[in-house]
Design a protein around this ligand. Sequence first.
Ligand code: ZN
Length: 269
Amino acid sequence: MGEPIMAGSLGVTILGCGGSAGVPAAGNYWGACDPNEPRNFRSRCSIVVQSDQTTLIVDTGPEFRMQVNRENINTVDAVLYSHYHGDHVDGIADLRTFRFRNKALVPIYANDETLEVFDRNFPHFVNAGDSIYPQILEPRLIEKNAYNKPMRVGDIDFIPFEQDHTTCKTLGYRFGDFAYSVDVLKIDEAGLRTLKGVKTWVVDSAGYKHDDNLVHINLKNIYEYNKIIGAQRVILTSLTLAMDYQTLLSELPDGYEPAYDGLRLTAAR
Ligand SMILES: [Zn+2]
């Protein structure tokens, strides 16, 4: 991060805001996105949340290494995972560097479904003595009875809440007056209560204008939820090939804007 973080506030940087394929997709496919607009160049979804003492990452997608290098993030205290899909996870092996630099296992927080998949797919990362490779991650289950209640890593407080992504449950995270919701189709009443009152809400919007997306929320339903949540600034992420930056800027109502990689925000704790 280039700027110092004021005591009492958190710095949030959008590491990536692309949908599952990124923009451009493999094969240099830009869809409706203008290749001449630099803000259309999107890596897969992730954020970093930082205090002056603590650095938390939410999700480690395929471009994780490039994202932390781009933003000059030299330490990671923990990773919070939204869910186990590859576009949110596949950079996980690059946490190895932080494990050796920190001389400590990297704690990873996730729900039960996500940790079960990690245990199956990355047994050598999460278990001691599973192979000749040393363990690098320390799984920490966020139990269902911990949802919608404050947790703390370092000096950063956060509140996990459950979201419905149809194919699995995901976790959204609130940090002070900021919240992050990927990948989500529906949020239940308890989750909406946790979100209520945030000033800034970064939310999956890959459903865009469509009513038939079975796993991602569309704009219409984001507007409905925000009548309850009341965020002054709603920042759309998980932006697909159909979602051109300037087109979105011209289409969206006041208070709504598209994210871009490298966008910096601050949150009050
Ligand atoms: Zn997903």
